[in-house]
Ligand binder design. Structure first.
Ligand SMILES: Nc1ncnc2c1ncn2[C@@H]1O[C@H](COP(=O)(O)OP(=O)(O)OP(=O)(O)O)[C@@H](O)[C@H]1O
Length: 259
């Protein structure tokens, strides 16, 4: 099916936490050339949880990495808040990622020698900033870690470790949090807990969250699901349910890509 591209404003729009305009990403050249993203224009509204879904290889991770400033773009532009990433030098980009973007990865990515509290406040320590005590307490109690702050990652369950990672992503009050399969390593109960906390962060703290997922149940926690196919957004669903997401996923062509 074809989808009318979202009208994209020339200037930053209030209420939009991040956006891409005509974003393309090409890997390799010649025989190994892969167009991972083709002229993607998409906006992520503030205080919304968006899930990105689509068949394997459709460009989900590439979109997330480019939108988060973790990967360069081949053409087009990316904005976080009012800042266009292409206008930043390397140092400014590093600072923007540190201060304005939160990340949650499938593999938790906690430092094993630090306590849960030290892991949570690490982004602030790196930036030489003191934690805002009230905010820290709010985030820690929201993810239910108040009793575990002195534990090291090895003393925590997978679900608890990912809750530390959620708190770490929220502690700087970033403009946007990106999650790459944030529940991919968790069983369904722990996964549902982490997704519940992410949704709470949207509802209670006004956080904007974008997550890549393969799991229709995880997508059911989102306010909106964007479906990618062959490097382009092809559909979206608001107020998704796992059953509707599953039905939509079944309609994707499962033949392997040829380019
Ligand atoms: N570093 C790279 N070099 C070359 N090609 C790449 C690179 N990273 C990704 N690709 C290609 O770009 C396309 C999109 O990859 P991407 O990882 O974004 O897809 P995805 O939808 O996240 O896939 P999956 O669901 O399997 O994780 C794929 O064809 C992939 O092979």
């Amino acid at each position: 099916m074809t989808v009318t591209p979202e009208p994209f404003p020339a200037r930053p729009t209030p209420g939009i936490a991040a956006s891409t305009t005509d974003l393309s990403k090409v890997y390799g050249s010649g025989d190994t050339r892969v167009v991972a993203l083709e002229r993607v224009s998409i906006s992520f509204r503030e205080a919304e949880l968006t899930a990105i879904m689509g068949p394997s290889g459709c460009g989900k991770s590439t979109l997330m990495h480019c939108a988060a400033g973790l990967d360069s773009v081949s053409s087009g532009s990316v904005r976080i808040g009012t800042t266009e990433l292409g206008s930043l030098d390397d140092r400014q980009l590093t600072e923007l990622r540190r201060d304005r973007v939160g990340f949650i990865f499938q593999a938790f990515n906690l430092l094993p020698t630090l306590t849960a509290l030290e892991n949570i406040t690490l982004p602030l320590s790196i930036a030489g900033r003191r934690p805002d005590r009230q905010w820290l307490e709010r985030v820690v109690s929201m993810v239910g870690l108040s009793e575990r702050l002195d534990h090291r990652p090895g003393q925590l369950s997978g679900g608890q470790q990912q809750r530390v990672a959620v708190a770490r992503a929220l502690v700087t009050r970033p403009a946007i949090v990106f999650g790459d399969e944030p529940t991919g390593n968790l069983d369904s109960r722990a996964g549902a807990e982490v997704l519940g906390f992410l949704r709470d962060s949207v509802r209670e703290l006004g956080q904007t969250v974008v997550m890549v997922t393969h799991d229709p149940v995880a997508a059911g926690f989102a306010d909106r699901v964007v479906f990618l196919s062959d490097g382009r957004p092809v559909d979206e669903m608001v107020q998704p349910t796992p059953d509707r997401v599953l039905d939509r996923m079944k309609r994707f062509d499962t033949r392997p890509r040829t380019s």
